[in-house]
Design a protein around this ligand. Structure first.
Ligand SMILES: [Zn+2]
Ligand SMILES: [Zn+2]
Length: 199
């Protein structure tokens, strides 16, 4: 019986781009010198990848607790943004402009990070608010409280108000906060976008 396999089609050499007819589908280069170059290239790519991973590890090691704290807060705030996406300002009730990147919507802490640092990652304590309420009116707490009771119930609000138990967040904890909330923010972002497409 005749060999029914099709002869290999000519293709471009991965190194010199010259057209050649490979002996089999695995052959990527036209000649031995090109094959050697190709092997070296692959080695280099592998090495670059390993270098980048190493660099990342070294950079992570250099991060201080303060760096991790900032990154954890960014992740939590991003989660708040997507959780509250589409909702009005928690304090004044005006619609928020979610489309604008970097500043139209704040993650507003009911008890501020300055006075209640132990609640800075507490998701019941943080809600989407407008820049004016959050920054100029220091949270605009009187209507904030009314709307917060409406949103999460009086028990939770009181629990936040009476929670003065200091907590120590070590680097391991901050890393975990960052990772958990990065994940949850992505999850909510997908949900919101899917919802938007469906609407
Ligand atoms: Zn070649
Ligand atoms: Zn407001």
């Amino acid at each position: 019986m005749a060999d029914r396999r099709k002869p290999p089609k000519p293709k471009e050499c991965a190194i010199c781009t010259k057209e050649f007819t490979p002996r089999n589908s695995l052959q990527k280069t036209c000649s031995i010198p090109c094959a050697i170059s190709h092997g070296k290239q692959k080695e280099q790519t592998k090495k670059d990848k390993a270098d980048r991973a190493n660099l990342k590890v070294r950079r992570e090691k250099l991060k201080t607790a303060s760096d991790w704290n900032k990154e954890a807060q960014v992740a939590v705030n991003r989660f708040i943004f997507w959780r509250d996406y589409g909702k009005p300002c928690i304090a004044c009730g005006k619609p928020l402009v979610y489309g604008v990147r970097g500043g139209a919507v704040d993650a507003s802490h009911y008890r501020s990070r300055g006075s209640a640092a132990h609640l800075r990652f507490n998701i019941f304590n943080i809600h989407a608010g407008c820049v004016r309420c959050n920054r100029e009116l220091s949270g605009n707490l009187i209507p904030f409280r009314i709307n917060l009771i409406e949103k999460i119930g009086p028990e939770r609000v009181e629990r936040i108000e009476h929670d003065n138990k200091p907590r120590k967040f070590d680097i391991e904890y901050l890393k975990r906060v960052k990772s958990i909330f990065t994940h949850r923010a992505r999850h909510y972002e997908k949900l919101r976008k899917r919802h938007q497409e469906a609407a």
